[in-house]
Structure formats: structure tokens, C-alpha cells
Design a protein around this ligand. Sequence first.
Ligand SMILES: *Cc1c(COP(=O)(O)O)cnc(C)c1O
Length: 432
Amino acid sequence: MKFYSTNSPSVKVSLKEAVLKGLAADNGLYMPEYIPVIDPETMDNIENMTLSEIGFMALKPFFCPDIPEDDFKALVEDALSFEMPTVKVCGDIYSLELWHGPTLAFKDVGGRFMARILSHFVKGQDKEINILVATSGDTGSAVANGFYKVPGIKVFVLYPKGLVSEVQEKQFTTLGENITSIEVEGTFDDCQRMVKQAFLDKELNEALTLTSANSINLARLLPQSIYYHHAYAQMKKAGNTKDLVFCVPSGNFGNITAGLVAQTMGLPVKRFIAATNINDIVPQYLESGEYKPAPSKATIANAMDVGDPSNFVRIMDLYDSEHKKVTANLTGYSFTDEEIRETVKRVDVDNKYILDPHGATGFKALENDLEETEVGVFLETAHPAKFPEVVEPVIGRKVEVPTRLQAFMNGEAKNISMKADMQELKKYLMNK
Ligand SMILES: *Cc1c(COP(=O)(O)O)cnc(C)c1O
């Protein structure tokens, strides 16, 4: 399989190049040259396959033989180390719980795959790869834990001092080993600027192999299609025959793009719903046909505070930029913080199910939009214990913290501090 940039579809690169570069040199996003179709017999039998079997089957056409099949099979099994159950919340609405991984959010799936795929490509090379990542919270923890103890790779997480929640900070500062946390005296934008400048610095790039673990990387995005197949398999096994609708709480729209890829591969999904907070750029596009990016607004579902979703160009690419084609398969809803709080409270009282603020948008969109003939699955993208300051006042009690999160909270933070200055970062990296 070759990959092209959305900005120059005729130029194709190998898997290795697409994965090591992340973003194409022309600033486009990589796409697979075609979307493979799963044979109907396999699809008919999918409810009898395990999660790793589904993962290997669905991803093999993209990643093999560039990664030899046996190696890839082992990689898939190692990456998929936790379950992803589909749980009934009420009526025809189900929650696909993607928070059973190490950092309690769906980004663990992409993070763990990307680390192992990069590690495969650097094996046998004498040069280590250095991953630089700027984080406002969630990305840093998923990337750091995904790459933790992966051979041949070092990770440097830059985060703004005092601006990351304690739960999030502990999830990357307590690891040690090949993970270094850098507390920057500045904002998230300063961290991001330092990382960008580091990638542009000639001297630094000659001395070290630098890569980004940005969410636009295909090694993070494509593996996310697995859990759509897996959720379908679980619904089929439970004897569900209604038309399947997926609803995806969305920020940069990577998660939903992976779902659209799964559907193009032949997964029998009737349609998709994108749920957002008040950063409603895509719902507005679906309504009007006009894409108007805007500065992001802060909300209580902050992992979706995105004003110019990076994967929108991939959705345009999948549907030849035809608004009609997009709206035939995709509906959008946006919700205010008040609506999110109301939903978390009501579902806790009525259904004894604690939503996180992101998943709540997905639940509410299904409630609004689901038809008689349909069954809806929303992606529960994080565990509510990651957002105690939002969830606990709403439900009026503490959220039980899973033991793996408690373990992080008890760990000792190790970090280094620096000024928001790229020269200081450069000096530090050159001396490592
Ligand atoms: C990152 C994130 C999202 C948004 O996912 P995208 O792929 O950017 O659309 C939603 N919920 C949570 C909890 C996240 O961490």
C-alpha cells in the first residue's frame, strides 16, 4: 500500500515515509491510495473473532507486507492490551467504552499502535528517534504511556507549568525511563511553538532524528478503525438487527475519520453523527456547505476545543469535497456546557451510568436523532474520573477512581523546567 498527500494525490510514498514524516512536506495529510474492502464472508463471521483477530484482519492491507505479517500480528496483540466493551445505557443507545487503557482515554489505542509501528521502523538503525510533543493534557499522557519502554525511542513531553490538571500531569511526569517531561514557563501555545521551531532547526535535525507524535499521523489514525469493527461484532453477537448508527464526540475529527474508513471497508454502518461542543465548525459546514474555521472557545469538554479540525481535509478527500455526499452519511450536533452538564446529571439519575463531558455530547446527539429502525452506539472517549472538577459537582458525589489512575496519582513526579525559549530546549537536547 502506498500513501498520498491530500495536497498532491499523484505523489505516492511508502508506509515508512508516511509514518516517520507524519505531515507531508506540502503540508497535506497522508491518505491510503485506496481503501481495501473486507470480504463479505469474513464480515459475516466477525462476531466469532477476538479483538486482536479483528485488528489484524482490518489493518493488514494497510500495514503489510511493509511490516512482515508475523511481526504485525504480534504488534497488534501487544498494542491491544485492554478491552473495549459496548455497554447498553438505555433503550437503543449503547456506549462503546474506549477508556479501559492505561490513561483512560481512546487516545491510548492510537498512541500504543504508533509507538510500536515507529519502533518497528527504527529497529536495526543505530540512531534513536526523539519524539517531541507539546500537550495541554490528554495527548501527552497517551503518547508518553504508549511509547513507555519502547526500544529505540525517546519521548520529550513539553507542557505549560500550572496549566495542566493534576490527573493529567501525573500520567506523564511519573513514568521516567525513556520519557522526559519538560515543564515550560509559559502557555500551551509556547510549548507548541518551541516544538515547531525545533523541527525547523537545521543544526538540531542534523544531530538528532526528531519526529512528532501528532494525531494526524496515520499510524495513530488507521488503528482507530478497529473498534468500530469490534463494536459491530459485539452488537451482532448480541443479536441486534437494527440499522447501526455511530455517534462520535469530535474535536480534530480523527476518531470519526477512522470510522468512515471502517465503513468504506465494508462495515455495515447506516450513518454517522458527529457531536461537538460549541466549537461547531463542522456541524455548521454540514448545515451550510461552508467551512469557516474560527478561534477555539474553552468548554468543559476541553479535548474537543478545536476551531479548525485538522482531519476535515481527510473527510473532504473521502467524499471528493462534495457536500451532498458528506451530508448523505454524516449529521452534526453541537451542545453548550449547560446541555452537557444536564445530560451527565440526567443519565446518572435515570440510567445509573456516569458519562464524561465528551461522551455526554455523543449520548445527547443520539437521543435527539435516532430513528425507530436504528440502534445507536456513541464512543465514550474518556473515563469520567479524568474530569472530576466537571463531573463531581454535577452528580453530587465522588467518581470512583480506577486503580490504574490511582497508581499514577501515588507516583513521584520527575520533570525538568525551562523557560519558554527554543534555544534552551535546543541546548538541552544537544547535550543529551
Ligand atoms: C481527543 C479527544 C476527543 C476528540 O477526538 P478527535 O479525534 O480529535 O475528534 C474527544 N474526547 C476525548 C476525551 C479526547 O481526548
